[in-house]
Design a protein around this ligand. Structure first.
Ligand code: BTX
Length: 323
């Protein structure tokens, strides 16, 4: 209800001090009993609120449930995640992202769901998005760059996800070119960059991020158990979603701003530190031709740099890598 949201907001804005029952009644235009009932409901939902006689109420913990309030609680960003739309269940956050972007939603708008029924991967593939066990979200971006540079945003996002996962959960992620995050050789996260563009201008990007966090092995569909994993499987621990999402937001805002000002250079170096199988032999498959090559790193524009057996190097933009 709106009263409930207003109450949460009042408590959120008064974290450092107590806010009296009297004040709450006046601000929300409800009775003392109603305030008290709302507090009980919030506690049931995992909020922790201290009530001190004569001083009032103070919120000390938000639940790990995803919502606009829990995600914005303590969030230190200026534009990313200032507008959050949360769904308990949705077909795909990408779909909503496109709708909202077309309606003019601001850069940094986040669409996030506990569960997706039609989660999308690239090229019409499916993305399994089990309830409450991962991060399924889309971010609306409006970068003033030429459309040809959009793939760099995917690479940048991979660096951000790898760093955030490493910081919060202490597992060691690797980035598999171009858009996957791997832990111990299995896929933990994926990125889907969808763009609406004119010749030399991007209208908007809907950047989809999917991260497997708390699935146990049996909770991943059988057809992907061999190739997929979750942070929980690799760390042996359950992780709270909210702090991880907030870390992603913080790092994203920083990196994205630097990227718009300075370009791709810094990101290239960081990417290479996380690069999966850098220095190793893989097979490249393009135009029905398959050949062995060594992964060298990235070109300055984000293409994958490989070295063929005759010693010559090549820039790969879209070939399939047989890992
Ligand atoms: P992708 O095309 O690189 O990967 C899709 C492939 O990954 C599938 O064909 C399947 O083999 C495998 N796969 C499917 N689900 C999972 C999973 N949960 N974990 C690991 N592997 C899986 C990657 O596409 C881009 C994924 C983006 C997902 C986000 S979630 C929020 C947003 N909304 C939406 O519909 N998609 C994005």
């Amino acid at each position: 209800s709106t009263t409930r949201n207003q109450l949460i907001e009042l408590l959120e804005n008064n974290q450092q001090e107590y806010i009296s029952g009297q004040q709450l009644c006046e601000r929300l235009n409800i009775s003392r009993t109603a305030v008290w009932k709302h507090m009980k409901e919030l506690e049931k939902d995992g909020y922790r609120i201290v009530a001190v006689p004569k001083r009032g109420y103070r919120i000390i913990e938000f639940p790990d449930k995803l919502s606009k309030n829990t995600l914005q609680w303590g969030l230190q960003t200026s534009w990313l995640g200032r507008n959050i739309v949360h769904y308990p269940e949705i077909s795909s956050t990408q779909k909503i992202g496109h709708q909202l972007a077309l309606e003019g939603a601001a850069e940094g708008t986040v669409i996030i769901a506990d569960q997706q029924t039609e989660g999308k991967g690239r090229m019409g593939r499916k993305w399994h998005s089990a309830k409450n066990e991962g991060i399924w979200m889309s971010i609306i971006l409006r970068p003033q760059i030429i459309p040809q540079l959009a793939p760099q945003i995917t690479l940048m996002t991979a660096v951000i996800l790898a760093k955030a996962i490493e910081t919060v959960t202490e597992v060691s992620p690797a980035i598999k070119w171009p858009n996957d995050i791997f832990i111990n050789n299995r896929k933990t996260a994926g990125i889907l960059t969808e763009m609406q563009a004119e010749q030399d201008e991007i209208q908007y990007i809907v950047l989809g991020i999917g991260i497997n966090v708390n699935q146990s092995r049996d909770n991943l569909p059988e057809d992907i158990q061999k190739i997929a994993t979750s942070i929980k499987q690799e760390s042996g621990k359950q992780w709270r979603l909210v702090p991880l999402i907030q870390e992603i937001f913080i790092q994203f805002e920083q990196k994205y701003e630097t990227f718009l000002q300075k370009g791709f250079t810094d990101i290239k170096e960081e990417w290479e530190m996380y690069g999966y199988k850098i220095g190793e032999q893989v097979r490249i498959s393009s135009n029905k031709l398959t050949y062995p090559a060594k992964l060298i790193g990235l070109e300055t524009d984000g293409a994958l740099k490989v070295q063929k057996q005759d010693g010559s190097t090549e820039s790969i933009y879209s070939a399939e890598i047989l890992w």
